[in-house]
Design a protein around this ligand. Structure first.
Ligand SMILES: C[S@@+](CC[C@H](N)C(=O)[O-])C[C@H]1O[C@@H](n2cnc3c(N)ncnc32)[C@H](O)[C@@H]1O
Length: 306
């Protein structure tokens, strides 16, 4: 049985190597990242972290749990003040802005494919007086950094990607001998699977994650031609479960302010999308909470250049 699984797994890995770096990028952008930022300001925590937080024993609020996860990235990546940093898939700037504040001599380049995210980060930098962040809007398929960085971070962007071989090769060209690449993904403990772009009966794939990937915990370890693993951590899925529960609570608590935004964005389908977003947060919470958080979880990886 284990042998059959291994052969199947290797076939799937070969298939990923033949795809573009990312597929259906427009759909993914529309589904999540081009909604008015006010939605995310009212639903996410203070750092606008659109990825799992870490509810360790000292964290009672989502804001604290966001900060705990951001801090652990910097610790695990051995980030030092003064280093150059690339944040791939920067979202609304949770990590870039955290580093800008706590490591004021770091020079940060933040990249995502969403123009709204760039504007929000730039506004926040102006408001906070940070001059050490520059933000680029670019699809990972075509992004070229033309520089090397001491630390490269990517937090929950790899799930939007397919060809990890090509992507990790590209990233390795932006690394020097002492650079480190830190990646945070959500994953299943054993199985990797596609969120099929043409599958009508996969609700998550159709409305929220078209063209995405559910990586297995060990998936990235099969793509070490250009980078090699230095360290690897698992974070129990209950942290993501609680994060998504908090997003749902905020959505419900802010319903009066959010509903007009839904009308602006979805027009006559606003009611349906209100239910879809609630369902999305509930589904994420249930999935990552399943089996005491030991089935689907978050994994962290630290790679160096080969
Ligand atoms: C789940 S969000 C995580 C955001 C942020 N890292 C955080 O933790 O708050 C994924 C990020 O990846 C970006 N992204 C997804 N597909 C991309 C692509 N093809 N090219 C560039 N960025 C992409 C999204 O715009 C978004 O910023």
């Amino acid at each position: 049985m284990a042998d059959i699984f291994f052969v199947f797994f290797l076939g799937a890995i070969q298939a990923l190597r033949e795809l573009p770096i990312a597929i259906n990028t427009e759909a993914a952008n529309e589904q999540h990242y081009e909604l008015p930022v006010e939605f995310f300001k009212l639903v996410l925590g203070r750092h606008l972290k659109y990825s799992s937080a870490l509810f360790n024993s000292e964290c009672y609020t989502l804001d604290e749990a966001e900060e705990a996860m951001l801090a652990i990235y910097c610790e695990r990546a051995c980030l030092r003040d003064g280093q150059t940093v690339l944040d791939l898939g920067c979202g609304w700037g949770s990590l870039s802005l955290y580093i800008a504040k706590n490591f004021p001599n770091c020079k940060i380049t933040s990249v995502s494919n969403s123009a709204r995210q760039k504007k929000l980060i730039e506004d926040e930098c102006r408001r906070m007086g940070y001059s050490n962040v520059s933000v680029l809007t670019c699809d990972m398929n075509s992004f070229e950094a033309n520089a090397s960085f001491d630390r490269i971070f990517s937090i929950e962007m790899f799930e939007h990607m397919k060809n990890y071989e090509k992507l990790l090769y590209k990233i390795s060209t932006w690394m020097h001998a002492d650079s480190l690449l830190f990646i945070h993904i959500f994953c299943h403990k054993t199985f990797a699977y596609h969120f099929e772009d043409n599958c009508d009966d996969d609700w998550m794939a159709r409305f929220f994650f078209t063209g995405g990937t559910m990586p297995a915990d060990n998936l990235l370890l099969y793509f070490q031609s250009h980078v090699s693993i230095e360290d690897h951590w698992n974070v129990n899925g209950k942290h993501y479960s609680k994060t998504s529960e908090e997003w749902l609570k905020r959505m419900d608590a802010n319903a009066e302010r959010l509903k007009p935004l839904f009308h602006e964005t979805y027009g006559s389908e606003a009611g349906k999308w209100w239910v879809y977003w609630r369902t999305f947060f509930i589904a994420v919470s249930e999935l990552f909470g399943y089996n005491d958080g030991e089935e689907w979880m978050v994994s962290h990886y630290l790679f160096k250049k080969k």
